[in-house]
Design a protein around this ligand. Structure first.
Ligand SMILES: [Ca+2]
Length: 472
């Protein structure tokens, strides 16, 4: 009997993390962070060291990535907007794979984690996300969650009366009980199987998203006295226009409380621990890929949906147009990669991933897609790129090159940073006459029009059992 020919089309594994900024060894955002597995992947594949989300918030970022449409085109700008009923003609990346001969499977947080964001018809098989704080998850948003009372000792950061997810520490759970481990185990089972078709597997990790819960051994990696908090100049917000000020003030009560209770270094430590926990799980998924019968013909894509502030610009969270929120880890590996281990410094966007997959896997071209394939960058570290554009809410945009970040808000407020001279983005030079041309060149890349926001979820009645939306 003749051996089966190797399928020409590669398999794809997406490994995603949530709210991981550039505090990753290979990106150099925090000296001393321990991410050996992510660093190893960057060394054997390609690190995009200047990668940005399409929008610095879970739902708009992930919706843009998986629909291939910028928020300015889709009108999906925030977490409370379903994409499916508002964009009924849109074929998502997993659906495009599924319609073209791929087996599609996923586990954990791939799309935004609230109900109605991840239509099951995109997947041949899917394992829903399990939460580390099931006591907090409201039944109407997470109908599959098994609610239990909060364990003794909660909140583990000792800050009582904080709403929702704002917590960090080590709950009394074994490693195996963390929700992300369920997604890792799913991937390990999947990758052991012999496949009759090429596959697209998405493994969605929640860490280092809040609540920053990790096993104690990850906290032990960072002795409290060694933890460094970011430098935040007193007057850093002084030269920022009003919309930027408003975005920075979002949920400021949390950062003020952290400062007031002298928990800043504790919280930073919890973020570091959660990053290292995520790194270990990424390593487990990569090992499972390497052991799988399909390893030689599999493309690995590692990405985070947005970054995270840890007090910079007096902000905790994402949802701003600065480097802290938009800069994300992005690594690719696969049989087509050349110039391995050499970082690509050109600006790229997570919006580029869908067209890259179309390109690498020979899927039918979709002219609607707004990103540009990264294949030239996978082949050569010197291939040129246009600026990366980031949108947050209606009409606020940033354009990023290898040197500059230009932000323009909906009311015309502007910021311009020379990131070579000012990597922390402390000195807004938008009114510097010498840089007028830089601004004009970058402004060309902003969307020409801004779609009205699509209706929020409250405009629909959603049925979980049938996954159907009815417009009210
Ligand atoms: Ca996120």
């Amino acid at each position: 009997m003749a051996a089966q020919p190797t399928p020409a089309r590669p398999n794809v594994v997406f490994i995603s993390v949530d709210d991981m900024n550039d505090w990753v060894g290979c990106l150099g955002g925090y000296e001393g962070v321990q991410t050996p597995n992510i660093d190893k992947l960057a060394k054997r594949g390609v690190l995009f060291s200047n990668a940005h989300c399409a929008s610095p918030l879970c739902n708009p970022s992930r919706t843009a990535l998986f629909t291939g449409l910028s928020p300015a085109t889709s009108g999906v700008y925030n977490n409370d907007q379903y994409w499916r009923p508002n964009l009924p003609q849109t074929v998502s990346l997993p659906s495009h794979f599924k319609a073209n001969g791929y087996r599609t499977a996923g586990a954990g947080k791939i799309f935004h984690h609230t109900v109605g964001m991840n239509p099951p018809d995109q997947w041949d098989d899917f394992q829903l996300q399990q939460f580390d704080d099931p006591w907090y998850r409201r039944a109407d948003w997470f109908p599959w969650n098994k609610k239990i009372p909060a364990p003794k000792g909660h909140p583990f950061n000792g800050l009582a009366d904080f709403p929702g997810e704002f917590d960090w520490g080590t709950p009394p759970a074994a490693d195996a009980e963390y929700g992300d481990m369920e997604a890792v185990r799913y991937a390990e089972r999947f990758l052991k199987q012999e496949q009759t078709k090429p596959f697209f597997l998405a493994v969605g990790l929640w860490h280092p998203h809040i609540p920053m819960y990790s096993p104690k051994r990850f906290f032990d990696l960072y002795p409290q006295d060694d933890v460094r908090v970011p430098r935040v100049p007193e007057d850093d917000l002084k030269d920022i226009p009003s919309v930027g000020q408003e975005l920075a003030a979002f949920r400021r009560v949390e950062v003020e409380r952290i400062f007031k209770e002298r928990k800043w270094s504790d919280a930073v430590r919890a973020y570091l621990a959660a990053i290292s926990f995520a790194d270990e799980m990424v390593g487990q998924v990569v090992s499972a890929i390497d052991r799988s019968p399909q390893a030689a013909n599999t493309v690995v894509v590692f990405w985070s949906d947005n970054g995270w502030h840890l007090g910079e610009k007096r902000h905790w969270h994402k949802s701003t147009l600065w480097q802290r929120s938009t800069h994300v880890p992005l690594i690719m590996d696969g049989p087509m990669v050349r110039d391995r281990g050499k970082a690509r410094r050109q600006p790229v966007s997570l919006l580029d991933l869908y067209p890259t997959m179309v390109d690498l896997c020979g899927l039918p071209v979709r002219p609607q897609l707004e990103g540009i394939s990264l294949k030239p960058q996978l082949l050569s570290s010197s291939a040129n790129r246009r600026p990366a554009v980031i949108t947050y809410l209606n009409g606020n945009h940033a354009a990023v090159t290898e040197r500059y970040r230009y932000i323009r808000y909906h009311d015309g407020g502007e910021e311009l940073y020379d990131r070579q001279a000012d990597p922390n983005e402390w000195n807004n030079r938008a009114s510097d006459a010498k840089l007028t041309k830089v601004k004009a060149d970058l402004a060309q890349w902003f969307p020409k029009s801004n779609a009205d926001p699509v209706p929020e979820r409250t405009a629909f009645e959603f049925d979980f059992a049938t996954h159907t939306y009815r417009k009210k």
